[in-house]
Design a protein around this ligand. Structure first.
Ligand SMILES: [Zn+2]
Length: 300
């Protein structure tokens, strides 16, 4: 599972957020759908694959758990539209990004009040009739996964701070593979990561994208994403660095396994640098993520 409920705060935590923690409390996570205890896995700095949550070999979801069903829904959503005129989209989906600093997991990690509240009840999160279909999220990652997982449902509503477009299909913009264009409106931009390692310094980390000015297929001037991290904690820097590294490794494995369409895609909510068309700047770690997958564009 890519996310779970933090039983202390009752908030949804993405597995990648475990990279932000100095110490992971293995006992404090529960399934979003049924509340059963789940275990964080692969979150150590030495792990090559990205973190995830699992019920473990001895565990099981409770009957009717949404999360269990969500995986089947994603398989279906990749092939066909799952929104119906009668019921709409069948499960709650991320429809709004709110950058609320109270949600910051890194800041909570050192919070002494975390101790002693372990037995706080897990709020019920079952879908009930009439339950809102919308979910507010604190980073772009789940939004990007929804964009990838449901290519036939990209007319779902989406609210992003500073972005006028209010549907998934309009809020995302793929950088043109073979041209260096101006993108004046803020969007969630995305492009494949280049194989070269990111450049790192005290002030920023810069990632090369496989999009930009080309000649004969060869990239002459590529777009770059500069993550301006001068004021960030080490934990935040590490989390971003780790996600890029994990994605490079996953993309390599996919390539070696012959899955040529699977690529490491960098997603970032931003607008272009005023002076340099090649450059995007990201100032907030919640506004960038890297996901290895295949992105499809169905014709209607
Ligand atoms: Zn469950």
């Amino acid at each position: 599972m890519e996310s779970a409920l933090d039983s202390v705060t009752g908030e949804v935590v993405e597995a990648e957020q475990l990279w932000l923690l100095d110490q992971v409390d293995r006992e404090s996570y529960a399934c979003r759908g049924c509340g059963v205890k789940v275990l964080p896995a692969s979150y150590r700095p030495t792990n090559l694959v990205r973190p995830y949550f699992t019920v473990g070999s001895a565990g099981a979801h409770r009957p009717g758990c949404d999360v269990d069903g969500e995986q089947r829904l994603v398989q279906r959503g990749r092939q066909q539209r799952v929104t119906t005129s009668h019921d709409g989209f069948p499960v709650p989906y991320p429809s709004r990004l709110v950058l609320n600093d109270r949600r910051e997991i890194a800041d909570r990690a050192t919070d002494a009040s975390r101790e002693g509240r372990r037995d706080a009840p897990v709020p019920p999160s079952h879908s009930a009739p009439g339950m809102p279909r919308n979910r507010t999220v604190g980073t772009i990652r789940q939004i990007c996964r929804t964009f990838i997982n449901f290519p036939y449902d990209r007319d779902l509503g989406l609210s992003l701070p500073g972005v006028e477009a209010d549907k998934y299909y309009a809020a995302f913009k793929k950088l043109k593979w073979d041209d260096m264009l101006r993108y004046p409106e803020p969007r969630i931009f995305y492009a494949a990561l280049r194989w070269a390692k990111p450049v790192e310094g005290d002030a920023y980390m810069e990632i090369g994208l496989d999009a930009g000015q080309r000649e004969g297929g060869k990239l002459l001037v590529g777009h770059r994403v500069r993550i301006e991290w001068a004021g960030w904690s080490d934990a935040r820097k590490n989390a971003v660095r780790k996600e890029i590294e994990a994605a490079r490794e996953e993309a390599k494995q996919a390539f070696e396994a012959g899955q040529k369409q699977k690529k490491a895609f960098v997603f970032f909510l931003d607008d272009q640098d005023g002076a340099d068309a090649a450059l995007f700047r990201v100032l907030d770690h919640r506004l960038i993520c890297c996901i290895v997958d295949e992105i499809s564009y169905p014709k209607f």
